[in-house]
Design a protein around this ligand. Structure first.
Ligand code: GTQ
Length: 348
């Protein structure tokens, strides 16, 4: 502690007590907690094994319908941040279940959302009236203020990881939601239309539109996975992150959404990354493989379909015991657009 404190100076303590009723406080007593030498996240590293979550999530399907729940989701709560809908200090994550024949009714909100498909095939999210059908490993976006409803026309349950900027928008006091009058928003375009127009390394000519979020809202796993495989075959690997690609907004070349960055990376069997840290916190979903991550001095073991959280600025090292593919999302783009993002490669 410091020697400026009330403990050594009774006259200061008496003065502080007189400040309180005026809603005043002495900055000098708190400055060291406000201006830190380096980020100190409240979140802790944590893994949610799918084997633990899946049976509980399926059980929720017997207790409440998707329609009644509006969104039938188990929030992935960071153990240090319970009750705050936080997987990390800034990111919300949840696992959503939709059963055959169900509909999660149309709404829109200012929060940006991404879905990473973990299990099942053939359910869909409709974004402003265009259906994006889900396959495992696909990334689907519902940008801020777009209408979206989810449905399942397949014959099995579908589970996906929801990533939202809920804590960020809560902090910025910019939360709005609207519910559509009907459960399903009317169809406006055939499924696949956006990917055809914006997802073929081409853009419609003479089109001017707001570009805050990507006009592509389904990123098929097949394409992303093949890209990673080609990178591996070409040789050369980043010692800190393996083969890693970012999902982008093709109209800008920047991140797919304004608040959350999203990535897919391949870690070959036996590959161990060098220590790395960055100011963005990240939530990972294991698509393929198994391994461990040592983060902030904690060892987490992960396998297919598990989710884990890596808080901000904690050095981490991945060790892949099998060929592994990891999806992740983070608040990197928001920090970058404010000029705040930092990274550190290696133990300097
Ligand atoms: O699917 O729209 O996990 O609005 C949390 C809030 C999912 C959704 C969540 C949401 C959604």
């Amino acid at each position: 502690m410091n020697d400026k404190g009330a403990g050594c100076h009774p006259e200061r303590a008496e003065y502080y007590a007189r400040l309180t009723p005026h809603n005043l406080a002495p900055l000098w007593e708190d400055l060291g907690n406000l201006l830190l030498r380096a980020p100190k996240p409240e979140a802790v590293p944590h893994v949610w094994p799918y084997a633990d979550v899946r049976p509980l999530l399926l059980e929720s399907g017997d207790l409440i319908t998707a329609e009644e729940a509006e969104r039938r989701v188990l929030i992935l709560e960071n153990p240090a941040l319970t009750g705050r809908a936080c997987a990390t200090d800034t990111l919300y994550a949840g696992l959503q279940l939709i059963l055959p024949g169900e509909i999660a009714p149309a709404h829109r909100h200012t929060q940006s959302a991404l879905r990473y498909i973990i299990e099942g095939s053939g359910a869909y999210t409709a974004v402003d009236g265009e259906k994006a059908y889900m396959e495992e490993g696909d990334l689907i976006l519902t940008p801020s203020w777009t209408w979206h409803d989810h449905g399942n026309t397949s014959d099995g349950p579908t589970v996906w990881l929801d990533g939202l900027d809920i804590p960020i928008l809560r902090f910025m006091t910019t939360t709005f939601v609207e519910h559509y009058a009907d459960p399903v928003y009317p169809e406006t375009r055939p499924s696949g239309d956006s990917l055809a127009r914006y997802g073929a390394n081409m853009l419609p000519v003479n089109e001017t539109r707001a570009q805050t979020s990507s006009p592509v809202f389904r990123y098929p796993y097949e394409r992303s996975r093949e890209a990673l495989e080609k990178m591996r075959q070409a040789g050369g690997i980043d010692p800190y992150q393996g083969h890693k690609l970012e999902y982008i907004n093709p109209a800008t070349g920047g991140a797919a959404m304004p608040t959350m960055s999203s990535f897919l990376q391949l870690l070959p069997k036996g590959f161990k990354t060098e220590s790395y840290r960055a100011t963005d916190a990240a939530v990972y979903s294991v698509v393929e493989g198994a391994g461990t991550v040592r983060v902030g001095g904690v060892d987490l073991a992960w396998g297919k379909r598990d989710t884990f959280a890596v808080p901000a600025w904690m050095p981490h090292v991945f060790d892949a015991s099998e060929d592994s593919v990891l999806f992740s999302f983070s608040d990197r783009v928001m920090q970058q657009s404010l000029g705040l993002w930092r990274e550190q490669r290696g133990n300097q």
